[in-house]
Ligand binder design. Sequence first.
Ligand code: DON
Length: 567
Amino acid sequence: MNMLLRSSFLAFLILGILQYFNAPANAQVTYGKNGMVVSDNVLASQVGIDIMKKGGNAIDASIATAFALAVTHPEAGNIGGGGFIVLMKANGEVTTFDFREKAPLNASPDMFLDTEGNLVENSNHQGLKAVGVPGTVAGLYLAHQRYGKLPWKDLVQPSVNLAIEGFPMPWGLYQVALNLAEWDESFDIMTNYFRNENGDIIQPGEIWRQPALGNTLSLIRDHGHDGFYKGPVADEIESYMKANGGLITKKDLEKYTAVERQPLKGSYKGFDIYSMPPPSSGGVALIEMMNLMELADLSSIEFNSTAYVHLVAEAMRRAFADRAEHLGDPDFNPEMPVDRLISKEFAQMRLENMDMTKASASDSSRFGQLYDGSSTTHFSVVDKDGNAVSLTYTLEHSYGVGMGSSKLGFIFNNEMGDFNPQPGITTSKGQIGSDPNQIVPEKRMLSSMTPTIVGKDGKPYLVIGSPGGRTIINTVFQTVLNVLEYNMRIDKAIEAMKIHHQWLPDEIRYERHLMSPDTRQALEKMGHKLRPVNNLGVLMGITYDPILKAYVGASESSSKEGAAVGY
Ligand code: DON
């Protein structure tokens, strides 16, 4: 590393450490006039702010933050997974980037079934056959080519520094490290992941270095897209896959491309809602539910009342049935009725058969016809010119498949588990078997990630997203409602009581301690089944306050190391 880079890195590290231990607490509202990054890790948020201070725009900051999260938040920040970007440009135009993983060329619809056609338990989430062809580096590179301002190298360098020079182990990661020490030894990379040269678990405050990851990131810094999909990284991915029963080859890597797609656009009481189109189901379901809410008119329904929870749960039930029936990769399902699902007329039809006094039933054999007539991470970024980025990316489970070559230092996703594993079999437990999301070589698996930007008069008003599998759609939906309908400040909106209904299983999950016992009883009387969970969502949001003429950001308290950093 040359002297200049080294000294600026030292300054960065000292500042970073100071900021780390004086970091704004989670869920504490933060203000910024010129820009804001809200991510699952305070160092990664700071990397994005530093890029903006050097003249980078929101896309530059997002790329740098995404690579930094791959180092500082490895349970979900990644280069071995995939995700989506929604970008609103300063001129009000909106676009999206799809860098969702793809099924390898050697995949097949029945690859996770036994000879009798039954799903082999966990096979779609465990072992290297569960890995989809990673998309993250391709997506970030494409977004940079189209809309970046600073040189690519400057955006990757901070993460190279963080990996090679290391950073102090934070308490949140230390907690994870203690749990991982118990992991099965077959998860080779994971057993040593958080250990120092002596084999001891890195203690809180002790510097944690990841030299192999630093080397992989240096290749990406120097060679861009090809630094991952060709050359030594691709060679090692192929040989690791071959040696350990995986399917991905150099041909899969070479063929992988990210795609720029038109966003989905909806509206709610004068606000424009932009979200991710398929292969995410998030935007379709979000807009369908927002349309239902607009028609149902929440102005006379109090937040958190029985009527509110019932209405929201019934909207979720319907949107998730439609998701299960219709959605998959658009490149393989050209006939998907997306426009119809997000239309106001469709919402009217869905609303008409809603009974405001009792729960409807979820039927796995009929999808939506009945109603006719650990892990992902999200971050939100805005810059001084009014460019906004909403980025969610994932390894699917926390630490993905838990495997990866220790020569490369990163973990692979287990995203193949997001395909429908058993053609034709939809169960009351929530396994889906419809056609659009069956495994086909090079198809992208359906996602629930819902990176979203709400615009007002062509400017970003709310930038929001969350991890949480299928719950993502619903936690984003409720947060958007909390801001647009109930006028909550962003920190209150993301912390407020959330529920989750996903059609099947037919139950309302609610956040323990946040719903009153009276409401629960009243909902049960209406025929709802209720299940308490500790938490729903890890939302990262930014709003624009027109009176202060400033951005307001907050990260949800359930994030271990999250922080909004503004300037
Ligand atoms: O793309 C999806 O919908 C899932 N792979 C996301 C998984 C997830 O959010 C897990 N995180 N908490």
